[in-house]
Design a protein around this ligand. Structure first.
Ligand SMILES: NC(=O)c1ccc[n+]([C@@H]2O[C@H](COP(=O)([O-])OP(=O)(O)OC[C@H]3O[C@@H](n4cnc5c(N)ncnc54)[C@H](OP(=O)(O)O)[C@@H]3O)[C@@H](O)[C@H]2O)c1
Length: 254
């Protein structure tokens, strides 16, 4: 049984990955992970490929027992894995509750490592992994400091894992979009509405996931949708990060 496993499937980019994966064909079942079961059920009405609903909270230890047991029982051939569960919080260091900061690290970093590591024994040559990252991976981001740090972790992890998996012919891609119109902002603004106020452009999930699907199929290791965003990444490699942060702070009126 050829399977795709997609976390964060109940909304935003994860949901879009499910829809596009179903359209591509060649997959017998898509395993969709998120906490809101009703959202996952609703998604089944939108795609023709059967979905296996895994209503798991990836910050909870017991979820991994359930996921491992399912893999062990069905022994699927996981052809495509997308880790899109994640969240961010905006605000100064003392505005973001410590619990939120720790949970960000838990979900954005640790859950990605756990899902990836548990899934890899079930992947064959030709398999692909998309780790949903962010443009904030490329520079320190004041007022989103923990979030930015989690995304720097994802970039480093995805790129090095991609090299380690070369002998198995499994490709790993860090997908680094700019701002995307999703429920991300509902959560990010809970802690501060004034810390981050300047958004040059906001993409749709469909726009950026389309690029991610294409780049992953091409075997790319990093995907940054949009020419201006690619140029910004080049700038973060050429200019001192002190200056990059100064520009960011000015844009955000701090
Ligand atoms: N939107 C942006 O501007 C942007 C830009 C760059 C990168 N990103 C990254 O893109 C990824 C996807 O975010 P999005 O923008 O699509 O936001 P979103 O619409 O809020 O989606 C987040 C997904 O993560 C799931 N999730 C949250 N907590 C979870 C938990 N404890 N266990 C399991 N699943 C959980 C949510 O489902 P449930 O609530 O149902 O559990 C939801 O499906 C995140 O890693 C985000 O950091 C976003």
């Amino acid at each position: 049984m050829r399977v795709a496993v997609i976390s964060g499937a109940s909304s935003g980019m994860g949901r879009e990955f499910v829809k596009m994966t179903a359209q591509r064909g060649g997959i017998d079942e898509i395993w969709v992970i998120a906490r809101r079961k009703e959202r996952l059920e609703a998604l089944q009405t939108e795609v023709r490929v059967p979905l296996r609903l895994l209503p798991l909270d990836l910050t909870r230890e017991e979820s991994y027992g359930e996921y491992s047991a399912l893999l062990e029982r069905h022994k699927p051939d996981v052809a495509f894995l997308v880790n899109a569960s994640g969240f961010g919080k905006f605000g100064r260091y003392d505005e973001i509750p410590l619990e939120d900061s720790v949970n960000m690290i838990e979900l954005n970093c640790k859950s990605m490592v756990r899902v990836t590591t548990l899934t890899l024994p079930y992947m064959k040559a030709g398999g692909r992994i998309v780790q949903v990252d962010s443009m904030s991976a490329f520079q320190p981001v004041p007022y989103m400091s923990i979030y930015g740090a989690t995304k720097a972790f994802v970039l480093s992890y995805a790129r090095s894992l991609n090299v380690e998996l070369r002998p198995r012919n499994i490709k790993v891609m860090a997908f680094c979009p700019y701002w995307v119109q999703t429920e991300f902002f509902d959560h990010a603004w809970e802690t501060s509405k004034t810390a981050v106020t300047n958004y040059n452009k906001i993409y749709t999930a469909e726009e950026v996931v389309r690029v991610a699907m294409r780049d992953s199929e091409k075997g790319r290791d990093v995907c940054v949708p949009g020419l201006s965003n690619k140029l910004q990444v080049v700038a973060t490699k050429l200019l001192p990060h002190k200056l990059i942060m100064k520009i960011w702070m000015k844009q955000q009126k701090h």
